[in-house]
Write a protein that binds this ligand. Structure first.
Ligand SMILES: [Zn+2]
Length: 319
């Protein structure tokens, strides 16, 4: 049996796990990423956990797989100028390799999740697959003809920044306008609601959301479930923009299957995935793929990192 250590770096939490080639997680520890402000101490903690896990189970590992929010420099093996992490720069490959003596495979979090889907999830048996995460932002990873697509800097598939609104009314976190993420991510949905509240003051004035001091995506989904007319208007728009996004993906990559994860999707799949394939069909020239929630849930990042640590993905090799 082959084993690997998996590291899933998130803006909020970091997960470190020991797993095997059958996709079993033997040990996992989750800690707040922001409990460290020094990048070296943070990586030392990860290396310590890796050692503790392997000693406890008395196993040797093939390597360590790491997925992290970008932007990344894949060649140097580091996170650069990250806005979502407490570190400006994180030299993952060089430092972790020094600390553990093990080989490291590293790429961005959305691509890592796609690798997880391909080797341990709904992507098994599919040569063409797109994974989309809808959480704080929107991102994705893509396999075409069994090949993981990376792009010139390893930051390919910034699908959250597909333009869905040609009137460009909302500014995205990236500074540009009209992007999918600016309307449909966890941070985007409240911005979109604010825009609609000005356009439809009649509905807004009758909405239960009006009394909220700050509006979160969760409030809007809750109000939708309570038949709030304004929330219905917002969610209808979000679903239409999602259909534009999935249609653009379908037209560009022609996948057999699109799987969806991320907290916004996982918590509201009953609403967001209802009738989605029919809506997408309005905007596609390619046949509409199966669009499903990832069966790996919020474990998809750690499963992808495990596959990377086992050396399963040749485009993101252990080194
Ligand atoms: Zn953007």
């Amino acid at each position: 049996m082959k084993y690997a250590v998996a590291v899933d770096i998130g803006a909020t939490q970091t997960r470190v796990a020991l797993g095997n080639e059958e996709g079993e997680i033997l040990e996992i520890e989750v800690f707040p990423t922001r409990s460290f402000s020094n990048p070296d101490q943070y990586l030392e903690h990860i290396a310590r956990l890796a050692k503790t896990f392997t000693q406890k189970h008395n196993v040797d590992i093939v390597g360590i797989g790491v997925g992290s929010p970008g932007p990344i420099d894949m060649e140097k093996g580091e996170v650069i100028k990250s806005v979502n992490l407490p570190f400006q720069r994180l030299e993952i490959v060089r430092v972790l390799k020094n600390l553990t003596g093990k080989k490291i495979a590293f790429t961005n979090d959305a691509v890592t999740a796609a690798v997880g889907e391909k080797f341990f999830g709904a992507g098994r048996g599919h040569r063409n697959l797109v994974y989309v995460t809808i959480s704080t932002g929107i991102g994705g990873g893509v396999y075409v003809d069994d090949t993981l697509l990376l792009g010139k800097q390893g930051n390919a598939h910034e699908i959250g920044h597909i333009v869905v609104d040609s009137n460009e009314e909302i500014t995205c976190g990236c500074g540009k306008k009209g992007h999918w993420e600016a309307y449909c991510s966890g941070t985007g949905i409240p911005k979109y609601a604010k825009l609609l509240s000005k356009r439809h003051p009649d509905l807004w004035n009758q909405s239960i959301l009006r009394d909220k001091e700050t509006l979160a995506a969760k409030d809007i989904f809750d109000a939708y479930r309570n038949s709030d007319s304004f929330a219905r208007l917002v969610i209808q728009g979000v679903k239409r923009y999602n259909a534009y996004g999935f249609a653009a993906i379908t037209n560009a990559y022609d996948p057999e299957i699109i799987t969806i994860g991320g907290s916004v999707a996982l918590n509201n799949s009953d609403i967001l995935l209802a009738n989605i394939e029919k809506e997408v069909e309005n905007y596609t020239v390619n046949t509409v793929p199966k669009i499903i929630l990832t069966p790996l849930g919020d474990k998809i990042g750690i499963m992808g990192a495990l596959a990377l640590g086992l050396g399963k993905e040749p485009k993101v090799p252990l080194r």
